[in-house]
Design a protein around this ligand. Structure first.
Ligand code: ATP
Ligand code: MG
Length: 373
């Protein structure tokens, strides 16, 4: 997918701008706090209709303005077919409006992922250093964008979990609590199966990417579900295992007043392959090793887009190479050249960091939110 045109209105500090993007992409150069990340945030908003930085929509509306809008014109590379994806948010009524070719979808899930974009940002290191919640969020976004039915299962699971937890917190009789179990188990098993399958299918790619960038030892990613699963468990096996452990946790969850097992307690383990045990990157990894693992996760995400959506992903790079050593930086760039990537939009405060695509990307500059070609 190629992003041809972008119209921005009152998104953060970007004011009102209509831009035409070169087909190979662009390097956006500017000092700190000029709006580089804001620009990528605006683009990626059209992929998930949320801030990639986890900001609330209210925060994205320019100060002293009531509404922001972002609209992108996309073009399919093979067919040449074009599509317009637009989003707007009104601060006062907290109203979000999303449209594809002018039509509003019934459900937001129907229009996610139109850009086929991946964003690499310095904050990605939190995927490795942060708690399990960060890694679950990563899995949920990747799977919502690539796995049909995942988002619905996840939303069902969350809704039921909230209600089940409310009955536990209120100390309701167990007949009331277990009334939620079959819904919880059904949607939860679907979520776990999708996470397990994705991780199993992609762990080889993760290892290879890590190794290529580090130029040395590899790393592995493993699913650590809160429900112990037998190898090759099918959906029914997963549901049975979940049901059993739920039944066995009755006493503990009454004590804690909350549901103590399920995919909301899953984790994704990331380990260095330096010996049989493997060192947990979260606890023992150096800064550079964690950044490398985070990059490898994003590269796996890009590959997932390539494979499931059969498109060269639009790559957004928010000043990501700054903190890598020279060798790693060279190897990531080489890897990105080698893999089939689509358009690249990268930001950097320094001219010298822009070496991707053999340094051939057109340069734009940004100052106080104003972009000039
Ligand atoms: P760095 O190189 O430090 O990462 P950057 O160019 O990526 O900088 P951004 O994060 O894109 O910087 O932009 C930061 C600027 O945007 C800040 O000056 C901030 O005040 C401004 N800003 C953030 N939100 C809004 C908003 N809702 N309205 C207006 N300006 C905003
Ligand atoms: Mg920034």
């Amino acid at each position: 997918m190629r992003l041809n045109g972008l119209a921005i209105r009152h998104f953060r500090n970007l004011g009102s701008q209509d831009l035409e993007l070169p087909s190979e992409g662009v390097a956006l150069i500017g000092d700190n706090a000029q709006g580089k990340s804001n620009f990528l945030e605006a683009i990626y908003y059209l992929e998930t209709f949320r801030s990639f930085r986890g900001a609330r929509d209210e925060q994205l509306v320019a100060f002293h303005e009531g509404v922001f809008r972002v609209a992108g014109t996309l073009q399919e590379r093979d067919t040449g077919r074009s599509m317009k994806v637009a989003a707007a948010f009104e601060k006062k009524g907290k109203r979000k409006k999303v449209s594809v070719d002018g039509a509003e979808p019934d459900r937001m899930g129907d229009v996610l992922g139109r850009l086929a974009a991946v964003i690499f940002s310095p904050a990605d290191v939190e995927l490795v250093s942060g708690g399990p919640r960060e890694r679950r969020r990563f899995l949920d976004i990747v799977l919502s964008l690539s796995e049909p039915g995942y988002l619905t299962a996840l939303q069902d699971y969350r809704k039921i979990l909230v209600r089940r937890n409310a009955s536990l917190k209120d100390g309701q009789p167990s007949s009331v609590v277990v009334a939620w179990d079959s819904g919880l188990v059904g949607s939860g098993a679907r979520v776990m199966r999708a996470r397990r399958d994705w991780i199993e299918q992609r762990c080889g790619a993760f290892r290879d990417y890590y190794q290529e960038v580090s130029g040395g030892i590899g790393a592995q990613m493993r699913y650590r579900p809160s429900v112990t699963l037998a190898d090759a468990a099918c959906k029914e096996d997963i549901a049975l295992a979940f049901r059993d452990i739920l039944a066995a946790s009755g006493e503990r969850e009454r004590r804690m007043g909350t549901t103590v097992v399920g995919p909301h307690r899953d984790d994704l383990l990331l380990r260095l392959e330096d010996d049989a045990e493997g060192l947990d990157l979260r606890a023992y990894g150096s800064g550079g090793q964690r950044r490398t693992a985070a990059l490898a996760l994003r590269l796996v995400e890009a590959r997932t887009i390539r494979e499931t959506r059969e498109r060269a992903p639009l790559i957004l790079l928010d000043d990501v190479f700054a903190e890598l050593d020279g060798g790693r930086r060279e190897r990531v760039l080489a890897l990105m050249e080698k893999e089939e990537m689509g358009q690249v939009v990268l930001t950097s405060p320094k001219e010298s960091d822009v070496k991707i695509r053999k340094d051939s990307l057109p340069r734009w500059r940004i100052e106080a939110g104003r972009i000039t070609a």
